[in-house]
Ligand binder design. Structure first.
Ligand code: ADP
Ligand code: ASP
Ligand code: MG
Length: 412
């Protein structure tokens, strides 16, 4: 008997009518004889509303209580889907994270899953019961407090549950019918990929393609979970399979560039005329690290006077003000003439396992962007991707330019 995990994201459960549609997808699999665990997100917009309420309640709040609040969105959809399934004559029950239990560490707001106990859900399968699981949440065993897995975390709940249940497949149902060469909402000529490798998907997700949470791809890779991304808006009676995330060896046609990702969640900071001597980088980046501010791209350029250097780097957009304030407070220790910065930048990345064996891939992008008059503020490269920081106003133009350049557009 097949065993499946089916995950439905926020837009797929946005109201009761859509939840009824989700139930039809579930019924199809159950009627075909599968044992099914369903993982649901909160209704779309709900988590944002809950986060905003926490901020309104107090500017600085206890992260454990934030989790208590934001985890509630998924409780509602899990209960509602169980009600709808029962109304359709199916046997179902809802599960909250702590009831399973899905145990995590204590990093509230971005907890990591430590273990998932599949025993009670499997016992339910034996009784013909569909498990409807609230995504995004877990419990910290020692304190007994509710935790959440970071934004987009229901993907990770689903894949981790599939691993624990030894499911044959984990289907991530969303509002697009698979993983595309870039965000199809930005580039209408983006193409759906039949398959994408774990490595490429990891890069795409961490560089801004929010279709899957990064950790869900890590878990799928480590536990070899057969994971598909597919559409909940397909006809429940006749759905398509979407995109399979798989091993590199299972991809026959390897592209040089598989996808273009972009992240608007970036901010740039530049320190002018920093002394060019040992210990300066440590004086800048040490305190940022201690403050848990993630630094991504770093470039160092010799200033006009040749005795000092300019250091430019990026931090997450949300950390811009904090990073700036920290560097201002340490101006005397670091020694710089000016601190400049802007949150209006975007990081555009091209990803492809074919880059390992092809040279000059990034150089073509630099030329193409130059021809469009787009200035590149910073560049980083690694084995299967390169990223460029540009002004946010050029996001769509740059993404479309690269998409066409690497032959990714749908053929007209
Ligand atoms: P859900 O609520 O179902 O979890 P998300 O909004 O988190 O859905 O993720 C789906 C969205 O990801 C799509 O609507 C799409 O705009 C966006 N997206 C970004 N990059 C890609 C990509 N390369 N392929 C498909 N979707 C992408
Ligand atoms: N509801 C959570 C969020 O909006 C988790 C998820 O949808 O995956 O981030
Ligand atoms: Mg999501």
């Amino acid at each position: 008997m097949a065993r499946l995990v089916m995950k439905f994201g926020g837009t797929s459960v946005a109201n009761v009518e859509r939840i009824r549609n989700v139930a039809r997808h579930v019924k199809r699999e159950v009627d075909a004889g599968a044992e099914v665990a369903v993982v649901v997100s909160a209704m779309s917009g709900k988590t944002n509303e809950l986060v905003a309420w926490c901020r309104e309640a107090a500017p600085v709040y206890d992260p454990a209580e934030y989790d208590a609040v934001v985890a509630s969105g998924e409780l509602v959809t899990a209960g509602l889907l169980a009600i709808v399934l029962k109304d359709m004559g199916l046997n179902a029950r809802s599960w909250q994270g702590w009831q399973i239990p899905l145990a995590t560490d204590a990093a509230h707001g971005a907890a990591r899953i430590e273990s998932v106990d599949g025993a009670r859900i499997i016992a339910g399968f034996a009784k013909g019961e569909i498990a409807v699981v609230a995504g995004f949440q877990g419990v910290h065993a020692e304190t007994g407090q509710v935790t959440t897995l970071g934004r987009g975390g229901s993907d990770t709940s689903a894949v981790a549950l599939a691993a624990a249940l030894h499911a044959d497949r984990c289907d991530i149902y969303t509002d697009v019918d698979g993983v595309y060469t870039t965000d199809p909402r930005v580039v209408p000529r983006a193409q759906r990929l039949d398959r994408v490798s774990f490595e490429e998907m990891l890069e795409m997700a961490s560089l801004g393609a929010k279709v899957l949470q990064v950790r869900s791809v890590e878990v799928a890779m480590v536990h070899n979970v057969r994971t598909y991304v597919r559409s909940s808006f397909d006809d429940p009676a006749d759905p398509r399979l979407g995109t399979l995330i798989c091993d590199e060896e299972d991809i026959v046609e390897k592209q040089v560039v598989t996808g273009i990702a972009f992240s608007r969640d970036e901010a740039q900071l530049t320190l002018r005329k920093v002394a060019d001597k040992p210990g300066v980088a440590a004086a800048i980046f040490g305190p940022l690290a201690e403050a848990n501010i993630n630094v991504d791209m770093i470039i160092q350029v010799v200033s006009d006077d040749a005795a000092t250097t300019d250091i430019t780097f990026t931090v997450p957009g949300a950390e811009f003000d904090r990073a700036k304030a920290l560097l201002e407070s340490r101006r005397d220790k670091i020694g710089y003439t000016a601190l400049q910065g802007t949150p209006d930048v975007v990081k555009i990345s091209a990803i492809g396992i074919g880059m390992r064996s092809h040279s000059g891939v990034a150089a073509r992008a630099f030329k193409a962007l130059a021809e469009k008059g787009i200035n590149i503020r910073a560049i980083t490269t690694s084995e299967i991707k390169f990223s460029m920081l540009i002004d946010e106003a050029y996001t769509e133009l740059a993404v479309r330019t690269l998409h066409t350049l690497y032959g990714l557009d749908v053929k007209a």
